[in-house]
Design a protein around this ligand. Structure first.
Ligand code: ZN
Length: 377
């Protein structure tokens, strides 16, 4: 390692670049130095495939840890997801009382500064609430409140807030959306009882994406089109949880036809990468069983999905690997306004995922550093 940067190294295979597939090699240190080889129409014949590392803007936990727990939990989460190909993520908080959110962001901010060796890079925070609807909590606890620029500023000083999930129909929230946008924070529509018209008004005010499209929002009825229709008709970007439990494949296909840059998130919780059992989600107790995570009343409470699983699920639905990669990496980076991640191009961070021809993970690099895929936590 020279000057704190890894030595230049090379990976051979079929490399996905912004311009398409290249059969050859990628050279990188901390950043991508170059991609050389022949353009190819497809990844080809079972050889190794090199994709941009996955970008997941909605992560609550993994490896038994919840990002709000403090005391090193975020390190465990970042390492667990790196072992499944996620190279950058947003630590996502649950609705909570002001003091609990402050404590969580204080800890997350320190961890972001320190950086977790062998873990995914934590790019900042996604606040999933508390500025959401009491009537569409999903698995969120009943600690909602109206959007507050003062509270947001306090939290943003502790850790960089990138995305705020909010219900736009609540009093004062269109102004709150405008304030967030002018402060460089992405207002994202979710956990909402709002109508189609509320959604259109929110988009016009500056809201951008939708939080786990279809889940915890008003559905589409043809005479009462709801928030889902606002997304399908007008959104450029939206999150989707492709664990095939949260959203039926038919609804995923419909969304793919409507939303140009639909991107995948895991909404993963502490049970990701862990055996069935009882885990924490913010202040909630949840049970992982049969591939799902639920509250005691059966409500889905996040997922145990990994981004590698998300990619495999998209391919299983018939998406070409190139498109599946864009929807698990590039579009989320674009959404967050990050130009040097989510793509393999000179100057970008060497966030790389290497897959076998059968799409099994064989290597992961975060900023050029190899991830130990066999780690236990
Ligand atoms: Zn969530």
């Amino acid at each position: 390692m020279a000057n704190g940067r890894p030595e230049a190294q090379r990976l051979e295979g079929t490399v996905l670049t912004p311009g398409g597939w290249v059969r050859g090699e990628v050279e990188f240190d901390e950043r991508v130095l170059g991609v050389r080889g022949e353009a190819a129409a497809s990844p080809g014949d079972g050889a190794a495939v090199v994709l941009p590392g996955f970008v997941d803007p909605h992560v609550h936990g993994g490896g038994g840890a919840d990002v709000m727990a403090g005391e090193g939990a975020l390190d465990i989460v970042a390492r667990l997801h790196a072992r499944h190909g996620t190279t950058s993520l947003l630590a996502t908080t649950m609705t909570a009382e002001p003091a609990d959110l402050k404590a969580a962001l204080g800890d997350i901010g320190q961890r972001i500064e320190r950086r977790t060796a062998g873990g995914a890079r934590v790019l900042g925070v996604h606040l999933e609430g508390p500025f959401i609807s009491e009537g569409k909590l999903g698995a969120q606890p009943r600690a909602t409140r109206a959007g507050s620029v003062a509270e947001l500023s306090t939290l943003n000083a502790l850790a960089p807030v990138r995305v705020v999930t909010l219900a736009p129909e609540l009093a004062g929230h269109l102004d709150f959306i405008r304030e967030l946008r002018s402060g460089g924070i992405i207002p994202q529509i979710g956990h909402t009882l709002g109508s189609y018209e509320d959604g259109v008004a929110a988009l016009e005010a500056g809201a951008r994406g939708f939080t786990h499209l279809f889940n915890a929002m008003t559905g589409l009825h043809h005479r009462n089109p709801g928030m889902v229709a606002a997304a399908l008709a007008h959104a450029e970007y939206a999150e989707l949880i492709p664990d095939l439990l949260h959203v039926h494949p038919g609804a995923i296909r419909a969304a793919l036809r409507c939303i140009p840059r639909l991107f995948c998130v895991t909404d993963s919780t502490a049970g990701a990468g862990m055996p069935d059992g009882i885990y924490r989600l913010g202040t909630q107790t949840v049970t992982k069983c049969l591939g799902g995570v639920r509250l005691a009343d059966g409500t889905l409470a996040g997922s145990t999905l990994t981004m590698h699983g998300a990619l495999q699920n998209l391919v299983s639905l018939g998406l070409p690997l190139l498109e599946a990669s864009r929807r698990t990496s590039t579009y989320a980076a674009d959404y967050l306004g990050i130009a040097d991640r989510g793509r393999i191009a000179p100057g970008c961070f060497a966030d790389l995922v290497v897959l076998t021809g059968a799409l099994e993970l064989s290597a992961v690099f975060v900023e050029g550093q190899p991830v130990d895929l066999d780690g236990t936590r």
